[in-house]
Ligand binder design. Structure first.
Ligand SMILES: C[S@@+](CC[C@H](N)C(=O)[O-])C[C@H]1O[C@@H](n2cnc3c(N)ncnc32)[C@H](O)[C@@H]1O
Length: 219
């Protein structure tokens, strides 16, 4: 069996077509990114950015003059993200290869500024990424350390469907298993715990959970 990191390396060129984007997962990222409500000119950090499926939606918010920073541990996923940026003529995308559970905000901050960005971002999001990380709480703490005071934070991730859609649980579990995600991780609970003004949403029978909030420096 291919380990999770290996899966994303091997299947990076096929990720966009294999990931169930249009029938299922696009809906979650659209809700989350809309809720971020970023102004043109701001900087957004996308943790576990993969092939950059969030980038076109983020561009609609931060352009012109804004910056998108994508961090992923897989060089092969970043190759796809870089191609997407080049194909679309997005010169404002900064890509950094790093493990989100091992980030040092000083190191990442200086790598971002070296490429024309700012050390701290006005918004930080993770879509379908934290549930892959065994130590997602550390990745969350690292996300927060790269957020500017008052930044918007957003987590979009997966759980078992609920209500009538619960009949689709085997399908949802299979999708998460294939992608290496822990369907029981529920990483959006960190937004509920650590943020103020939390907006909560769910779609696709509750399978996709979206939480957005403002980092609460008083917690
Ligand atoms: C399911 S994909 C989601 C990609 C993208 N966020 C999206 O919404 O399409 C998960 C991504 O998280 C990355 N990833 C997993 N563990 C990571 C870690 N510890 N640090 C950084 N990236 C990680 C994988 O390489 C992969 O690109």
């Amino acid at each position: 069996m291919i380990p999770i990191a290996g899966k994303y390396s091997t299947f990076a060129p096929f990720y966009d077509v294999m990931s169930g984007e249009y029938p299922v997962y696009r809906a979650g990222r659209e809700i989350g990114i809309r809720a971020l409500n970023q102004l043109p000119g701001t900087q957004v950090l996308d943790i576990g950015c993969g092939t950059g499926l969030n980038f076109s939606l983020l561009q609609q918010q931060v352009s012109p003059h804004g910056i998108i920073v994508g961090i992923d541990r897989s060089p092969e996923m970043l190759v796809q993200a870089r191609r997407r940026a080049a194909r679309n003529g997005w010169a404002n995308v900064i890509l950094i290869q790093a493990d989100a559970t091992e980030l040092s905000s000083t190191d990442i901050g200086s790598r971002i500024t070296a490429q024309g960005g700012r050390a701290q971002s006005d918004a930080v999001l993770a879509t379908y990424a934290l549930s892959l990380m065994k130590d997602w709480e550390t990745a969350w703490a690292n996300m927060v350390s790269l957020a500017a005071p008052g930044a918007s934070l957003c987590v979009v991730d997966m759980q078992k469907p609920v209500g009538l859609a619960a009949t689709l649980t085997p399908l949802a579990k299979a999708a998460c298993w294939l992608g290496g995600s822990n369907i029981e991780a529920h990483p959006w609970t960190a937004v509920e715990r650590d943020c103020a003004d939390v907006k909560a949403a769910a779609t696709r029978g509750g399978h996709l959970q979206i939480r957005t909030g403002t980092y609460n420096t008083e917690t």
